[in-house]
Design a protein around this ligand. Sequence first.
Ligand code: 5GP
Ligand code: ZN
Length: 147
Amino acid sequence: MANKRDASCIFCKIIDGEIPSYTIYEDENIKAFLDISQATPGHTLIVPKTHVKDIFEYDPELASKTFAKIPLIAQAIKASNPNIIGMNIVNNNGSIAYQSVFHSHFHLIPRYSENDDFKMIFGDNTDSYSKEQLVAIQTKIKSELEA
Ligand code: 5GP
Ligand code: ZN
């Protein structure tokens, strides 16, 4: 099926070559290029070539085409620099989740040390939930998958 394009989307323009990018990989389904902000050296974005806003718009076919290439590109980034000792792979969905470009993308952020320029904070609310509350959450999500 033909790729969808949004004329006002910066990543669609990068995909079409209207805006230049430091591309490291592309095939008929995806493009991977350096994020302009370089949170850490080698910070790369992987985008599907069809314009989908966020993870909630993927179907299984687009997911398999896009996600299948993430390990390959992650491995190449890691192999490119012996100082890379880890990697965060981040996908923001919605402004509340820090998405600022509304063409779905995956950040591959190589990690060099505790003091490189990347941080993530996970709250720990383990003690705030009863077993019943966790079962209620589990049941609601499971029922959506079974619908
Ligand atoms: P988000 O906040 O939506 O998860 O990430 C969007 C990312 O796109 C940001 O990290 C930002 O640096 C990057 N970005 C925005 N505009 C451009 C651009 O024109 N070229 C490239 N290579 N990256 C961009
Ligand atoms: Zn787009």
